[in-house]
Ligand binder design. Structure first.
Ligand SMILES: Cc1cc2nc3c(=O)[nH]c(=O)nc-3n(C[C@H](O)[C@H](O)[C@H](O)COP(=O)(O)OP(=O)(O)OC[C@H]3O[C@@H](n4cnc5c(N)ncnc54)[C@H](O)[C@@H]3O)c2cc1C
Length: 519
């Protein structure tokens, strides 16, 4: 049995196996030569003091052989002739639902409006370079969903949602680095995610499941309060009685369809704001309290929450060493989000900085019923499109100028490829959001001295933080409260907020569907 210790060491010792072994030997009176292996079990950074420390939980093998327990995938049965379950959407929720479906001996039929990960790249190029938004294949739609070309941060604020480790192990089994099992804030990176997603799809198909791309669901067949089919664009119908609906928070046509068919949905509060870009070096200097972070520390993230005039304003999906991406899903709108490569080696950092919204903020859109928040969100994205110049150029302003209500006379180049249009953020947002952002950024500077600089640039809007609609489900059976056989799932239904929680929800929904299975 290895000895387990929790230790605090310098970044250099933590990053150098030989030095770490020596440190452990000396501190614990273990002869150096008798230590056969040191396994890091958990790692986190403590940057509260000037001298930064790394917290490590280590398993130390003394005079004992270390056997690397490679993570293996579950045994998946052959399901080609098993009962079928339709899964709409191949994001993390849909894909993990499909995998678990195979594992439990049922046949998933995944219906995805977008293209496979490889083909999707061409459409991302078209948004970045030619400002063309393909409504079915973009940063949010296509194989892997919004999770594929995302940052791949794998932490969830709510551990209560389910077994995070199970999802992390599956990701490692499909090719992710095993470091995600160790780091307190695990991260995969945009460059690594596509191969992992493709491996999951291949596994599903190899065991008899189906994954159909460019297959958009446009209607549901419902009889006597139960699903008995889904209608595909083009007119074909797939006859199924069990459907996992995992279409994500950007599938506005699905929300509109449910509303039209009088299938119960609810407005949901969400958050909205800007994406701000700083130099990574500045963020490192503020967070690590040093000129240069040196070779042993990773590019620093940050996380801030403030109450501004009674409203929450907070950082969201911060991407150290990352890039701002154009994430619109329809022509005529501008949306930003961020990603970073696995090494987080870009010179810039970016973060969504968003203001908490409440249902009463959508009053002006009350005529849209439960879609009020969605229309509020859409109007801001369309305004940004107009202000930006009716391309994918984004309205942008230097940070200090923004807090002072001054249009920036010039803008530095940022990582956002389609380009910037110098604008007053007051023309993009309603006054209460603009004011909150102006005040809040000043308060952020009190927490992170130097953050409020005119070298930083805000890009608008960051508007797809979570779903503006909830599709209600029974808390026990997870079935829609009104329609039998329909399982609202993942972020779009309002039950997840990120890759891990969406994957967990996907597994939960398919388990509930199978427990309740109706032929
Ligand atoms: C640029 C970017 C960076 C992000 N970074 C992170 C991060 O670092 N960490 C993190 O945890 N989260 C991140 N997110 C959020 C994360 O990607 C989502 O929370 C997650 O993907 C939600 O999973 P989901 O399966 O519920 O929905 P989605 O991933 O949105 O998937 C829904 C799928 O349904 C498909 N679909 C929609 N309508 C239909 C239809 N009618 N018929 C058929 N298919 C349909 C879509 O094409 C899509 O593939 C990021 C998102 C973006 C855009």
């Amino acid at each position: 049995m290895p000895y387990e210790f929790t230790i605090q060491v310098s970044p250099e010792i933590a990053a150098t196996p030989e030095k770490l072994k020596r440190h452990i030997a000396r501190k614990n009176g273990i002869p150096f030569n008798e230590i056969t292996h040191v396994q890091i079990v958990k790692r986190s950074i403590d940057a509260r003091q000037k001298a930064i420390k790394i917290n490590l939980k280590v398993a130390v093998y003394v005079n004992e052989e270390y056997v690397d327990e490679t993570i293996t995938l579950p045994e998946y049965p052959e399901v080609s002739n098993a009962p079928e379950i339709a899964i709409i959407g191949a994001g993390p929720a849909g894909l993990f639902a499909a995998l678990r479906c195979v594992e439990l001996g049922y046949k998933p039929i995944v219906l995805e409006r977008g293209k496979d990960v490889q083909a999707r790249r061409r459409d991302l190029k078209a948004i970045n370079r030619d400002h063309i938004v393909n409504e079915n294949s973009n940063y949010c739609f296509g194989e892997g969903g919004a999770g594929t070309y995302s940052d791949g941060k794998l932490y969830t604020r709510s551990k209560k949602r389910g077994d995070v480790n199970r999802i992390l192990k599956l990701l490692v089994g499909f090719g992710a680095t095993s470091k995600i099992m160790v780091d307190a804030h695990p991260h995969i990176g945009t460059n690594k995610l596509p191969a992992i997603i493709a491996a999951i799809r291949e596994k599903i198909i190899a065991h008899g499941g189906k994954v159909l791309f460019e297959t958009k669901v446009v209607d549901f067949k419902i009889q006597d309060g139960a699903v008995n089919g889904v209608v595909l664009e083009g007119g074909d119908t797939l006859e199924v009685k069990n459907v996992i609906l995992a279409t994500g928070h950007s599938a506005r046509d699905i929300f509109e369809l449910l509303y039209r068919k009088e299938i119960e949905i609810e407005a949901k509060a969400f958050a909205l704001g800007v994406r701000v870009e700083h130099s990574q070096q500045l963020i490192d200097q503020i967070q690590y309290k040093c000129e240069d972070r040196g070779p042993y520390l990773p590019p620093s993230p940050y996380s801030i929450v403030k109450q501004v005039g009674g409203r929450g304003m907070y950082s969201f999906c911060m991407c150290p060493g990352g890039v701002i991406a154009p994430c619109a899903t329809s022509p005529g709108e501008v949306v930003t989000n961020g990603w970073s490569p696995s090494k987080r080696d870009q010179p810039t950092s970016n973060s969504g900085i968003v203001v908490e919204l409440r249902l009463e903020d959508f009053k002006e859109f009350a005529a849209y019923g439960p879609l009020a928040g969605m229309h509020f969100q859409k109007q801001i994205e369309q305004t940004a499109f107009k202000v930006g110049g009716e391309t994918q150029r984004v309205p942008a302003q230097r940070l200090v100028d923004m807090t002072q209500g001054k249009i920036s006379t010039n803008l530095p180049e940022t990582s956002y490829k389609p380009g910037l249009t110098s604008s007053d953020m007051g023309t993009v947002f309603p006054k209460f959001i603009h004011k909150t952002l102006q005040e809040g950024f000043k308060m952020f500077d009190q927490r992170m001295r130097g953050y409020l600089t005119n070298e930083a640039v805000v890009h608008a809007p960051e508007s797809r933080t979570s779903s503006p609609v909830r599709i209600p489900r029974d808390y026990k059976t997870l079935e829609h409260t009104q329609i039998k056989g329909l399982y609202p799932c993942g972020e779009g239904a309002g039950y997840a907020g990120g890759i891990i929680s969406a994957a967990i929800d996907g597994e939960k929904c398919i388990e509930a569907c199978i427990a309740n299975f109706d032929n």
